[in-house]
Design a protein around this ligand. Sequence first.
Ligand SMILES: NC(=O)c1ccc[n+]([C@@H]2O[C@H](COP(=O)([O-])OP(=O)(O)OC[C@H]3O[C@@H](n4cnc5c(N)ncnc54)[C@H](O)[C@@H]3O)[C@@H](O)[C@H]2O)c1
Length: 416
Amino acid sequence: MSERNSPECSSMDRRKFMLRGAAGIAAYALPGSAEARAQEDKKVVYGIVGAGNRGRNTHLRIANKYLPEVQVAAICDITKANLDQALADTPGAKGYDDYHKMIETEKGIDAIIVAVPNFLHAEVTVAALNAGKHVLVEKPMAIHMADADRMIEAARRNHRVLQVGQQSRYGTVYEKMIQLVKDGEIGDLEYIVGNLYRGDWNPHSWKYKDTQTGVETNWRFLTHCAGSALLEDGIHELDVIHWVAGAEPSTVQAIGGNNVLKDRQTIDNAGLLINFSNGLRCVFSYTIYSPGVPDNRTLRLLGTKGEMTWGIGTAEEMRGTGNAEIVVIPYSGKAEKVVVPRLTPEERASWHEEAGGVSTDVESLREHIAFLASVTKGAPVFADGQVGKDAAHISLAAERSLRTGRVFPWSEESAI
Ligand SMILES: NC(=O)c1ccc[n+]([C@@H]2O[C@H](COP(=O)([O-])OP(=O)(O)OC[C@H]3O[C@@H](n4cnc5c(N)ncnc54)[C@H](O)[C@@H]3O)[C@@H](O)[C@H]2O)c1
């Protein structure tokens, strides 16, 4: 097998990446460019709602450690231990246990990072947008399509940035695969095969307390809190598949259920079949009872002349900061490895390797850099409300399909 480096990625600077990645995507650019210019000269003030695993270990860590242009002024969490830890990591920030109060009191906040459990994303986001704040909301954007619409509408009405935490859009590997497809490396793309095989949800997740029974349950086990296991994870891969396919799905169907982890409402396995309106087809498989298996997140693209695969390895290798390898195999001819650096030289120089399973990934850092460019310069939002909504739509359509046995046409949005 021969090897080819990706000069485009190795020479690409961070800013170019964002601008190129965002090209042609529908945007919520700020209409008042004077406001954007004024913002450029001062720090962007963040408020963080949700200081659990993601809020604290990713968003807060990125803001405190990598983004000198950001000041975290306030943090809100209803779990005192998480809030105290986050405040200890952020000298000068004020703590709140009520996000309404935080938004009302902290007039200087420019942007709110929403990292609470899924069922709360819509209400926090809409309240923040209505208060004139920009919002970076974690994926899944919402657990109901109508909520996603409300969020998009609130951003439009208030002329504020709404970005969704689909951070895979900000990595180098998928972008390179799309480029290789466009360059004709595998002929016409016809078929996409993806998978996610992972372990069970974090046992330290916040516990939802049932008001009637007082029983406390990991929020990721409950449909009304998580929306769907596919919304919780799998949504990253499904978003990428949608991006790679370059067209709307026409139908989504799925099988699945709880074969191993039977102590919950949310499923532990699924198999999806997606038809796209451009004739492309996709198969995606998913389990959450399979920790540590090799090749656990792969994307395989089959075209008329050959195939392309990424994702040989474990999640740690795949989400790491080393070089990624895409393997291109023509149906006749020799296989070739395309090496894709995950970090630019500039990023590598300032990257802090984290110890002890802490999950700061370069895609999440880039999502903040892109968000800041939208807030301060009116740059188009790549992972915007529509991207977030479509990713949630696919996940929810699959969830409904595997529960009802029906095939869901894309147009039947109101049914999900
Ligand atoms: N993009 C990614 O790769 C990624 C990875 C992990 C999690 N996430 C998302 O981040 C979000 C949070 O996940 P997590 O792993 O941090 O969960 P978690 O259970 O570790 O933390 C949730 C936090 O929200 C707090 N909370 C609950 N209700 C609240 C309220 N009303 N007001 C303020 N705080 C409240 C809890 O006390 C807890 O600290 C979820 O939407 C999840 O899907 C995204």
